[in-house]
Write a protein that binds this ligand. Structure first.
Ligand SMILES: Nc1ncnc2c1ncn2[C@@H]1O[C@H](COP(=O)(O)OP(=O)(O)OP(=O)(O)O)[C@@H](O)[C@H]1O
Ligand SMILES: [Zn+2]
Length: 652
């Protein structure tokens, strides 16, 4: 090759300029700017042992975390003289550079290192040219920290209850992990991927860990949403790293939680680019396809949205085993409660079976939460054992958040809430298809200003049109009671309306419960869209039908409204009777509630000071529509009534 001096010199000069440019532009952005945190956050980090190093520069405390993505943080000492004076700060295991050490003079270092930097720059420049990808330079300096967790779970199948079918189905996976040869000798195709499907908190993660625990293999886990939050271009390489690590540790399990996050439509509000998600998903597929037949890695993914998954994921040889984890039934809930009662001293009056009956609709996680809340309540009251009352209170806490007894509510608001809840309750009580009313309260709880708790008498897997119609009427009952009694509307019913509208829409568009529109579904929100296809809300009907849907929804709501109105005007005295009692005692349940529903209403006491001034017509005794009254089990969590909650004081 002929050496051309002039050209080479020019080339070097160009390279020099470019590399300096590269440095001034890329380096500062590659190393992230330190982020300011509060002292409380510093204390928390220290207590969680997430700090590796601290250096003190005058008043500024520079913190290096030992988290997966090392991040520079800093805070100020403020008026304190020493970092050790920060209350709660736990210096264990932290490398603290001496107080007063102002550290290195970075300016000087920079000047000294300029030549090295320039040479480095040229190398990087050449390198990036060679790779031909301009994005490569951007990756320089980024840490390649591990983004997945590895451990060897000790969980076993006995820790998972209420999902017996699912356990049976995955038993085989354990067998396979333990004795692969046995299967291979018979030419059985080895499972590669298992998709666990179930509502949040049904124990998907727990079951996956139990599989690893039973088989005694390492458990690699990462969550789909973590991929989405990662830097651009990193998702796919993380997947590669993950599988590489896993292969070195085979036999093992890779668990991908929330797989729908990498495999669902664009604009799901999770951030991260579409391409990024696609690349990550593609890489997962590539890795799974690339397993050699003798690799003993099983990929378990979890989702509660199987409907949005890319069909490519479900093809044979990928996640072709689908295991559904149902919400636990009575028996399952009982077993789960027993599991979580272990190691907790229970009073003799605690009956877990009764609790199981009262917790229809609770997931495994809710139940675990319930036992924990019970223990906390008992501990707060300095009890030695957990009593039934603690656990019963916890049920309400889990449903609707802790009581907010000290929320100041003025008398008028309290009355409005009382009538509102009494309205819901009375309508529910008078409708045979409605679930029995178990409890009414106007004690603010969580987001709700009050709530009416209805519980079905048994587990239910299907619902009927008349149950839905009753529900809509009950939703309307709250606002109607306010209207009838105060002749005024408050904001407290917005949530009720929202839920009623949603329900009516579903009745028409999903359950085929409208006569006019007939037994078909309308619209499909999430198409099976992945790998590059656009997502739209699919409307598979025309303008006319859209109008008809609106009309039918309207009709259902109106019917509920009228039904509730008739019930409440016919039983106005009883409504007042219940509401007044509710204002007085705030919570009604059990026998007292039953009496208020059934006993003859005594005439109003003296002149009515509340707005219930009206001609009292003799009222029919409210015969309980459903006569199983006494035998009614107390089941299923109520729909909390967030509507009443956020209601600002109504204009009066
Ligand atoms: N079937 C169950 N048996 C016993 N405990 C359970 C069960 N389901 C859930 N739990 C308890 O709830 C906790 C949370 O459950 P887990 O994280 O496994 O649910 P998940 O289905 O993975 O939820 P998510 O979809 O929110 O990730 C578990 O650690 C366990 O304590
Ligand atoms: Zn309401």
């Amino acid at each position: 090759m002929k050496f051309n001096w002039r050209r080479t010199t020019i080339a070097y000069i160009v390279m020099l300029i470019v590399s300096i440019a590269v440095f001034t532009f890329f380096l500062p952005s590659a190393s992230e700017q330190p982020v300011e945190i509060s002292q409380t956050q510093l204390v928390e980090l220290s207590q969680q042992h997430q700090i590796e190093k601290i250096s003190i520069d005058g008043d500024q405390i520079n913190i290096t975390t030992n988290e997966a993505i090392p991040r520079e943080l800093f805070t100020y000492k403020e008026s304190l003289t020493s970092i050790y004076d920060i209350p709660g700060f736990d210096p264990t295991g932290i490398e603290i550079s001496p107080v007063g050490n102002t550290g290195i003079d970075w300016g000087a270092v920079f000047i000294n290192f300029i030549p090295i930097l320039i040479i480095g720059g040229i190398i990087i420049f050449l390198f990036s040219q060679a790779r031909g990808a301009n994005s490569q330079a951007m990756q320089f300096g980024r840490s390649r920290a591990k983004m997945f967790n590895v451990d060897k779970p000790t969980n076993t199948f006995s820790d998972v209850a209420g999902v017996d079918e699912a356990k049976q189905e995955v038993e085989e996976v354990v067998e396979f992990l333990k004795s692969r040869e046995k299967f291979q000798a018979l030419g059985a195709r080895i499972p590669k991927g298992v998709l666990l499907i179930g509502y949040p908190g049904t124990g998907k993660t727990l079951l996956a860990r139990a599989i690893a625990g039973e088989a005694g293999v390492p458990f690699f886990s990462i969550s789909g949403s973590e991929f989405v939050e990662m830097f651009v271009g990193v998702g796919a390489s993380r997947v590669r790293d993950l599988f590489k690590q896993a292969k070195l540790n085979a036999p093992c399990i890779i668990f991908i939680d929330e797989i729908d996050a990498v495999g669902r439509q664009r604009g799901a509000g999770l951030g991260g680019s579409h391409d990024e998600r696609e690349q990550t998903l593609n890489q997962i597929l590539v890795e799974m396809d690339g397993f050699e037949s003798n690799t003993t890695i099983i990929v378990i993914a979890a989702t509660n949205r199987p409907d949005v998954l890319d069909p490519a994921l479900l093809r044979p040889g990928r996640f072709d085993r689908r295991v559904v984890l149902d919400m636990p039934d009575l028996n399952g809930r009982h077993q789960i409660l027993q599991i979580h009662a272990k190691g907790k001293p229970l009073a003799d009056n605690v009956n877990l079976e009764t609790l199981a009956k009262q917790t229809i609709g609770f997931s495994g996680a809710d139940l675990s939460n319930l036992m924990n809340e019970g223990a906390i309540l008992a501990a707060r009251a300095s009890k030695k054992v957990i009593e039934m009352s603690d656990l019963e209170e916890s049920i309400d806490r889990v449903i609707a958040g802790p009581e907010r007894k000290n929320r100041k509510v003025n008398q008028h608001e309290k009355e409005i809430t009382a009538y509102h809840e009494a309205g819901h309750a009375l309508v529910a009580r008078m409708l045979p298809s409605a679930d029995p009313v178990h409890k009414i309260t106007i004690v603010a709880r969580g987001m709700a200003g009050g709530y009416t708790k209805q519980l079905p008498s048994e587990d239910r897997y299907i619902a009927t049109r008349s149950q839905f119609a009753a529900k809509i009427a009950i939703f309307m009952g709250g606002r109607l009671a306010e209207e009838i009694v105060f002749d005024e509307m408050s904001t407290g019913a917005s949530q009720d309306f929202k839920e009623a509208t949603n329900l009516a829409k579903k009745m028409v568009t999903s359950y085929g419960m409208s006569e006019k529109l007939g037994p078909r579904t309308f619209g499909s929100k999430e198409e099976m869209v992945f790998l590059g296809k656009e997502i739209h809300e699919q409307r598979d009907y025309g303008e006319k039908t859209a109008d008809l849907i609106d009309q039918e929804v309207e009709a259902l709501i109106q019917a509920g409204y009228q039904l509730a109105k008739t019930i409440l005007t016919d039983n106005r005295d009883r409504l007042r009777y219940i509401a007044e009692r509710l204002v007085a005692v705030e919570t009604l349940e059990g026998e007292e509630l039953e009496k208020l529903f059934t006993e003859p209403v005594p005439p109003p006491a003296e002149k009515d000071t509340s707005a219930v001034a009206s001609v009292e017509k003799p009222e029919k005794v409210a015969e309980p529509a459903k006569t199983k009254a006494k035998a009614r089990a107390k089941n299923r969590p109520a729909d909390p009534d967030p509507g009443t909650a956020a209601a600002p004081a109504p204009a009066t």
